[in-house]
Structures are given as C-alpha cells and as structure tokens.
Design a protein around this ligand. Structure first.
Ligand SMILES: *Cc1c(COP(=O)(O)O)cnc(C)c1O
Length: 413
C-alpha cells in the first residue's frame, strides 16, 4: 500500500557543497569532492561497513524498492563510502556519472558487456592489457560478439575495421607495456562516424595526466588498484560516462551481476585520491629522470618513455598527456637470460607485475603479464624477451637510478 507520498522518509543526504565544488580545481576536488558527513560530524570520510540498511516502516521499504525514494537498499546496489569514492572521482574526471567496481577488469567488463549483444561488433587496439585481450578476443565472441583488433597507431586500419559500423571501440593509451600512443581525437571521430561508443582504458595515464573526455571519448575505465590506491593495498575499478550511459546501461548490469566494490576498499581509494596528483606528478618526474639517464646506456638496446623526445610518438603523447607517466620500458641486450640476471641483481626495486605503487616495481612482461599473448603477437607489439617494464615509485630517483645502474653493471662482467 503505497500512497506515493514519500515526504516523511529520509532521502539520501543532500550534498549542498557539490554545486560549489563543480567550479573548483582538481586539487580541491581531490580532498573535498563527494564528502558526506554523518550526524557524528567526523572530519575524515567514514567507512560504512554494512551490507544492508534498515527501514523505519514496511511502507518505506516498499517505496525504496519501487524507486519512489532515493536511499540505500543493499550493499550490492550502493554504499555511502562507495558513493563518496564515485563522486570524488567523477568530479576530478569531470564526467557526468561514475560507477565503482571490485577491480579494474570488472570495470572493463561492465563497460563492454553492459552495452553489447549478440551480433554486435567491437573494434579494439591490439596493444592491450593481457586480460582485456582475453575479454575481447575470447569471452565476448562466445556471446556472439564479433571482435576486430587493429594496430592502434594506424588510422587506416581503424577506418577499415569501422567500415560498415561498430557498437564499441576500445583502446588503451599509453598501452601496457609497449607505451604505444593512440590519437584519441582521430579515432573518436572515426568511431562516432561509424556509430560506435568509445571506451578508453586510461589506467596508465591516470586522471592526473590525461582526460580522454576532452578528446571525444564516451566512457573511461580505471583500475583503482593502480595510481588511485597508489600504495599497493586494494583492488578496485570505476566506469565513468554520461548519466544516461551509467544509469541505463552500467547500473542495471552491475546490480544484478554483482561486481560491487567493498566499503573498505572504497575508503582506501577515497583517501588515495587525496594524494594521487602529488604522487603521480612526482613519480612521473622521476620516471623522466630515470629514462633520460639510462637512455644510451651500453647494456640497453632501447629505453622507451612517452616523455622522451626519442619516443616515436612523443609529440602525440605530449598533446594528450601533461607528462610522460610513471612507467617506462627498457630493452636489455641479450634477451631473456640477461633480463632475468638484471632483475635478480636489483637490490631496491622489487620484481612485481603490479604498477602505480609508491614502491618501484619491475617486471618481465613476456614471461608474466603477457605470457598468454602468442609469440607472434608479442613480436608485433614489441614485447621482446629483452623488454622489462619499470613502474617508478616515490623513492628518491637517485636511488632508483643507482640501483638500475649497479644491476646493469652486473651484466657487463
Ligand atoms: C591493471 C590493469 C587492468 C586491470 O585492473 P585490475 O584492477 O587488476 O583488475 C586493466 N587495464 C590496464 C591497462 C591495467 O594496467
């Protein structure tokens, strides 16, 4: 028995500050955006560790389920701490809406699967994070979705693949681990002419260095596990886009398939966002210093970093990003054996496949993150047996450089 009169129910708290915040700058949004205080008036954001919520009456529960009132119902649908994270990230990105997920891959999958159906076509750049390749090449085709991979740097290949239309374009720039840059404006123009929604994996650049919406992207996905946490503690992700896309596609999909973010992890990300800009700018400046110092080293066949003028797409990278990012690759002369010897000789930098951490981390992609990629495709993507990927952390850059140089010296013996 719903009278339709819900005025006696408490709705979600109004965030009066939001209208004011919209006009403020990213550093302010990073510490103030999305903050909702409880009646205890706490300073820092609270962790609402609850799976459910209670109703003051049966009629209120009915009104909540009917959508007549806006309130929390169940943790899979939403949680106040998760909302604070979504709102803070949304304001920083300048997007209309944001939905948080349990991991970066849950965000990628939700952004794709929520809008695709049998008979649709996805066109994606070939240089993708390993699990993204599995989703696009193996999982989606099982549901009758066609997938086409192109060389992301070739506008001709994008145009050919989009000929005849497509539903979704998916791309990653800079790519992991090859640091290939894709011209987002040009690809978005081609995609939109073909009727496709453009989904950009912006994980490598982070919200600090690159704003895909400015170049025409429709949807942005993040692994919050990387720079948003930034200290290697928790898994999470987010999908950002228009209110129409998030409300009519993503939320109906995630509510019922269940990739919800835990309130604790959301709280870690809320606090991570407060320092993200400081951390990413610092690591990025250090990465440039490391790349510039090691470039031309006798034991290295190549040092690749978007911020170096020797990167083949340096100009394009700098037209899309405000700095080169926190990751660089080095190619060791001598292949796998010497690469392993180099990694094992490091004393400070940890061997780990993660990235975007305060600790500098190094990995050998061919035998770890990209081992599932066929040798032919690896060769095409430049993921040789000599390539190592370094995620530069917050240590003193001189110590990072010293460690890399002493490990390279071991190879020369
Ligand atoms: C880490 C990563 C993902 C997946 O994120 P998870 O949080 O590990 O699920 C997707 N794309 C890129 C580029 C990544 O680096």
């Amino acid at each position: 028995m719903s009278t339709g009169d819900t005025s006696h129910f408490d709705p979600l708290p109004e965030r009066d500050g939001d209208a004011v915040l919209e006009s403020m700058r990213p550093d302010t949004l990073a510490v103030r955006g999305g903050l909702t205080r409880s009646h205890f008036d706490e300073t820092a954001e609270a962790i609402y560790a609850t799976s459910g919520f209670v109703y003051s009456s049966a009629a209120e529960a009915e009104a909540a389920f009917a959508g007549d009132i806006d309130r929390y119902i169940y943790g899979r649908y939403g949680n106040p701490t998760v909302t604070m994270f979504e709102e803070r990230l949304r304001l920083i990105e300048g997007a209309e809406a944001c939905l948080a997920t349990a991991s970066g891959m849950a965000a990628v999958y939700a952004a794709l699967a929520s809008q695709l159906k049998v008979g649709d076509k996805v066109v994606a750049s070939r240089a993708l994070f390993g699990s993204c390749t599995v989703v696009i090449n193996e999982i989606l085709p099982r549901f009758g979705i066609e997938s086409v991979l192109v060389d992301g740097g070739s506008l001709e290949q994008w145009a050919d693949a989009l000929d005849g239309g497509a539903t979704v374009v998916f791309l990653e720039t800079p790519s992991n681990p090859g640091l290939e840059i894709i011209d987002m404006k040009a690809v978005c123009d081609l995609a939109h002419a073909a009727g496709a929604c453009v989904v950009v994996d912006n994980i490598f650049a982070s919200p600090v260095l690159q704003s895909p919406l400015d170049f025409g992207a429709d949807v942005i996905v993040y692994s919050a596990t990387k720079h948003i946490d930034g200290q290697g503690r928790t898994l999470g992700g987010a999908v950002l886009g228009t209110s129409e896309f998030i409300n009519s596609k993503v939320i109906p999909f995630t509510r019922h398939t269940g990739p919800s973010l835990s309130p604790f992890n959301a709280w870690v990300f809320v606090k991570g966002l407060e320092t993200m800009r400081l951390r990413v700018l610092h690591s990025s400046a250090s990465a440039l210093m490391v790349a510039a110092t090691l470039e031309g080293h006798g034991s290295l066949a190549d040092v690749r970093y978007p911020g170096l003028s020797t990167h083949p797409q340096h100009d394009l990278a700098m037209s899309q990003m405000s700095a080169g990012g926190t990751v660089l690759t080095m190619t060791i002369d001598g292949g796998k054996k010497d690469s392993f010897e180099f990694l094992d000789a490091l004393k400070l930098i940890d061997i780990s496949n993660n990235l975007g951490d305060s600790k500098s981390l190094i990995t050998h992609p061919a035998t770890t993150t990209h081992r599932r990629v066929s040798p032919d495709l690896r060769a095409e993507l430049g993921i040789t047996d000599g390539m190592v990927r370094l995620s530069v952390g917050l240590e003193d850059p001189a110590d990072i450089i010293d460690d890399l140089c002493q490990a390279l010296a071991v190879l020369e013996r």
